[in-house]
Design a protein around this ligand. Structure first.
Ligand code: SAM
Length: 290
């Protein structure tokens, strides 16, 4: 870590900035937590990192110190010249102004010379690291998990409650848990108290590491089919599955019961109790194997 780097607070004062709540600008200002986020990504000098939302670059300094290359995407245009000036001495760090949801993660990484599809110039694949704005957490997760080629690993700082939902097991599953676990093995790591941020958010946060699976957790299903069934199941999550499927798939109760029993699932169960494999069986019953 560059010890001469100005703190976010110094940069805010120097540039007379007001942080934007509308962009989820709660900056992590506690250096020990920044180190632990970088630790969670197992960074090597051969790694290329896509950082989402660098803010004033506090986490970026830690990433740049350990990785080979960092591409950081920031939506707030005001911060781009500040970031470029702060990192002027580090040619391996570049900043892109834009909305991550409108950009392809893989293309951002590959937009550098000498890169091949899916890998960087060293033949390594990329990793994603982000202290995410809370209001776009689910959308960013989906965007990153479904990107082609996907990263090998992603480390996200998310709200405590979202971290718990991501790692939930059958009995407490949600659309978010199924989506994350279909593409990755999630691990909830250390917690970060609200007091480590500026300004202080209302809730505590947790670091989550996602190791992307080489293949989705459920074999033999087309992801579009799989997620249309899961979405239908969770459409009315307090109801029995047979009723959710009637509403979500526009079928009769008899048809829903037949699909469920043929998949070995009691039609009276609720969506949160199903495992990924059971959603997979149901998908194959409804759509056939991919
Ligand atoms: N990484 C910094 C840190 O850890 O202190 C800042 C994190 S702050 C929670 C989130 C950052 O994401 C803000 O700088 C915000 O402007 C940026 N941001 C918000 N929406 C974005 C989007 N759609 N695409 C890229 N950046 C975004």
């Amino acid at each position: 870590m560059n010890n001469n780097a100005p703190s976010p607070l110094e940069l805010i004062r120097r540039h007379n900035l007001n942080l934007k709540k509308s962009l989820g600008q709660n900056l992590l200002v506690d250096a020990s937590h920044l180190t632990r986020i970088a630790d969670a990504a197992d960074l090597k000098k051969t790694d290329t990192i896509l950082e989402i939302g660098p803010g004033l670059g506090a986490l970026t300094h830690h990433l740049a110190e350990r990785a080979g290359r960092v591409v950081a995407v920031e939506l707030d245009q005001r911060l781009i010249p500040i970031l470029r000036a702060e990192f002027a001495g580090r040619p391996q760090v570049s900043f892109v102004h834009g909305d991550i949801l409108k950009l392809s993660p893989a293309e951002l990484i590959l937009a550098q010379p000498s890169d091949r599809i899916g890998t960087n110039s060293n033949g390594e694949s990329y990793k994603v690291v982000a202290n995410l704005p809370y209001y776009i957490t689910s959308a960013v997760l989906r965007h990153v998990l479904e990107s082609l080629p996907p990263p090998t690993l992603a480390v996200f700082l998310v709200q405590q409650e979202v971290a718990q939902r991501m790692v939930a097991q059958p009995g407490k599953m949600s659309m978010l848990a199924v989506s994350v676990q279909f593409y990755a093995c999630p691990r909830a790591l250390h917690g970060i108290p609200a007091g480590a941020f500026l300004p202080r958010p209302k809730v505590d946060s947790r670091v989550v590491r996602l190791d992307l699976r080489p293949q989705p957790a459920v074999a033999g299903v087309e992801p579009g089919h799989f997620f249309s069934i899961v979405r239908a199941g969770f459409g009315q999550r307090r109801k029995q599955l047979r009723n959710s499927l009637v509403a979500g798939l526009s079928c009769t109760k008899e048809q829903a019961d037949l699909w469920l029993t043929s998949s070995g699932i009691d039609p009276r169960r609720r969506a949160e109790t199903l495992s990924l494999q059971e959603w997979g069986e149901l998908t194959k019953t409804v759509y056939g194997s991919a």
